[in-house]
Write a protein that binds this ligand. Structure first.
Ligand SMILES: *Cc1c(COP(=O)(O)O)cnc(C)c1O
Length: 392
């Protein structure tokens, strides 16, 4: 039987080629060929969700009250625990009714928010290199993503003075994320002040994505965008329980800040999803308000892994700095290489070690690789051992 001729929408066709799917395919091929792969490409914690959180979830899952459709905005008690956490952690007050919205993971909210504010061809400023969803969410809303390069010489912060005046004036949304994936860059509050000024001058909505705010080291404490005066007038902050509490599979996050922006996103969401399973929201309450020792333990484990890998790579003649946050390393590929894809491929072929080519995060990521600390230290040591004597 002959079916109809399938034609994907133009917006689907505008989604950039997904390099990471191709990398996964090569990894699978190598694995089935018997190669022992050490995958440092995975941005997903290998450590389990803390037991107190799982226990809370199990209890809640047995309660028939929780088997119904949840409320669109999230349970009031979950939103209250978010507000409480924000006050304690950042000294920021939030109106639980209007300034907090529960998300099915922060990716969901980030992908949907352009639908609430972007008309065809409206400009959205996106960092490059970056988490791909800022750009793709824009494309799915028929918007026009314009890259702001994150350059090493600017400590991987956008240079607002370099943004064309016309583009800035016409931009509707600005995405940012610190502590940053993939560059591991961190900022101080002063930078967020600059962001607020730039956004006010040009009437732009700021969407700050902060899933790594708790994954920090060496005494660095990440500020919230909302700590800065005026931020709540023009912006929102996305947060996730995924990285802080090793809960990527649970799908729960939240967005806080300007009530009109939150309400716009809520309008989209109430028409496409039906909220987060309440038992998961109870688990989320336990995560945010229960004992926080697991967060400190995570930091300790990640810091140890970071030190092993950074020190080891530097001993092998690389030039890698210790990041103050995130569970990634971001560093330049050897000078003998022009292409991060070629470098990653050669490394994989010769050692079975996977690092993510920087260009997969955008063209300004070319020349770099990202290495995730999501493997046990023994595996990191093994990766270093395999790279010893390697001439690339
Ligand atoms: C992991 C990650 C997210 C998504 O987290 P979820 O809440 O699991 O959807 C968002 N932004 C960045 C930069 C991330 O690395």
């Amino acid at each position: 039987m002959e079916g109809i001729k399938m034609q994907y929408s133009q917006r689907i066709q505008r989604i950039p080629y997904y390099l990471f799917a191709e990398i996964d395919r090569v990894i699978e091929e190598k694995k089935s060929g018997g190669m022992d792969i050490i995958n440092l490409g995975i941005g997903d914690p290998d450590l389990p969700t803390p037991k107190n959180i799982i226990d809370k979830f199990c209890l809640a899952a047995y309660d028939p009250e929780n088997h119904k459709y949840p409320s669109y905005t999230g349970m009031l008690s979950f939103r209250e625990s978010v507000a409480k956490w924000y006050r304690k952690r950042f000294g920021v007050s939030l109106d639980v009714e209007n300034e907090v919205l529960t998300l099915i993971g922060s990716k969901e909210g980030i992908a949907h928010i352009p639908l609430a504010f972007i008309n065809p061809n409206d400009i959205v400023l996106v960092p490059d290199p970056a988490y791909p969803v800022y750009k793709i969410g824009t494309i799915l809303a028929d918007g026009n993503p314009i890259e702001m390069p994150l350059l090493e010489e600017n400590e991987f912060k956008p240079d607002f003075s370099k943004i064309d005046k016309k583009i800035a004036e016409n931009a509707k949304i600005l995405f940012l994320s610190y502590p940053n994936n993939p560059t591991t860059a961190v900022v101080e509050k002063g930078f967020f002040k600059e962001v607020v000024d730039f956004a006010n001058d040009n009437e732009i909505i700021v969407c700050h994505d902060a899933p790594y705010s708790e994954m920090t080291f060496d005494g660095y404490k990440a500020p919230s965008f909302l700590e800065v005066n005026g931020a709540k007038e023009i912006g929102v902050e996305f947060h996730s329980l995924s990285k802080t509490y090793n809960m990527t599979g649970w799908r729960i996050g939240f967005v806080v800040g300007n009530p009109e922006i939150i309400s716009g996103l809520g309008r989209v969401k109430e028409n496409v999803d039906s909220g987060v399973f309440q038992a998961i929201q109870y688990a989320g309450i336990e995560a945010l308000t229960g004992p926080q020792d697991s967060v400190e333990k995570n930091r300790r484990i990640l810091r140890e892994r970071r030190d092993i890998l950074v020190d080891g790579l530097n001993d092998l003649g690389w030039d890698v700095k210790k990041p103050k946050a995130t569970f990634y390393l971001w560093f330049r590929i050897p000078k003998t290489y022009k292409s991060s894809i070629k470098f990653s491929r050669d490394l994989l072929d010769r050692t079975g070690v996977v690092m993510t080519p920087g260009v997969g995060f955008g063209r300004y990521g070319e020349g770099f690789v990202r290495c995730a600390l999501t493997q046990k230290k023994e595996r990191l040591e093994e990766a270093l051992e395999r790279m010893r004597g390697l001439r690339l």
